[in-house]
Ligand binder design. Structure first.
Ligand SMILES: C[S@@+](CC[C@H](N)C(=O)[O-])C[C@H]1O[C@@H](n2cnc3c(N)ncnc32)[C@H](O)[C@@H]1O
Length: 241
């Protein structure tokens, strides 16, 4: 923010359930009274919200780092999102607050794929109180094994797998599951890729070129250093299948 234009701002609604209060994100808790990963709880206008920790969620970090409107990184409540590399469900829990809400009052669907059984146990436990969340044990590359759970193409696809070949995996999943014109968010961990000796900046630039060559428009490449070192989050739209 420019020096002369600085002013104190109150909490800003990014969506019906997501608040930006100064530099802190909060989502309205779909399971009131329960924290998911030890985050703090606080009421805004009488409704309980959970603090979205940007050091535990690359999406949360990207929303604080984007030069665009942070709301641009969120799908509409009530839509479907495919999430590859769900982990322990930190980001998933906040996306669920936003897409589905309490008792899935918005009618969203969040398909969360991970190949680690221990992650799936936690996601399955979470899904019991969060309707609309669909945990899937599977390899993000093996579409035929779990693709039946995504019967229609989605408008949003998020990937955070932190393993070699992240871009190819993302492109293949978008071609199979994302609508043309849909939005993709690729969290890329530099250290997971094969080291070419040319440095991280060259690697990140190469990723952008790869995405463009595969038919995506790169809306923004968001540097996450400080929250997640050696990571970038690419926000793309798919121009052609
Ligand atoms: C960095 S963690 C994800 C953290 C999570 N996205 C969050 O923000 O809370 C990466 C996850 O990707 C999973 N993973 C790695 N390779 C995968 C693959 N081929 N298919 C599915 N999941 C994969 C790992 O098991 C791990 O849980």
């Amino acid at each position: 923010m420019g020096g002369g234009r600085q002013r104190r701002r109150g909490p800003r609604d990014l969506s019906p359930t997501v608040i930006l209060d100064r530099r802190t994100l909060w989502t309205q808790n779909a399971v009131p009274g329960q924290a998911v990963y030890g985050e703090s709880l606080r009421k805004f206008s009488g409704r309980e919200h959970r603090r979205w920790d940007p050091t535990r969620s690359k999406l949360g970090a990207a929303m604080l780092r984007t030069r665009d409107d942070p709301a641009d990184l969120l799908p509409e409540p009530g839509t479907s999102l495919l999430y590859l590399g769900a982990g322990h469900g930190t980001s998933i829990s906040h996306l669920h607050d936003h897409l589905c809400g309490q008792g899935n009052r918005f009618g969203g669907r969040l398909v969360a794929v991970d190949l680690a059984p221990r992650c799936l146990r936690e996601l399955t436990h979470m899904a019991a109180s969060r309707p609309g969340l669909v945990p899937v044990l599977g390899d993000a590359r093996q579409h035929s094994a779990w693709g039946i759970l995504v019967p229609r193409k989605v408008d949003w696809l998020f990937q955070d797998v932190a393993q070699a070949g992240q871009v190819d995996m993302f492109v293949a999943a978008c071609r199979r599951f994302l609508n043309v014109g849909g939005q993709g968010l690729l969290s890329l961990k530099a250290a997971s890729e094969r080291w070419t000796g040319e440095g991280e900046a060259a690697l990140f630039a190469g990723v952008e070129e790869q995405l463009v060559a595969a038919g995506f428009e790169v809306v923004e490449s968001i540097e996450l250093t400080g929250y997640e070192d050696n990571h970038r989050l690419y926000h793309v739209t798919m121009k052609e299948a």
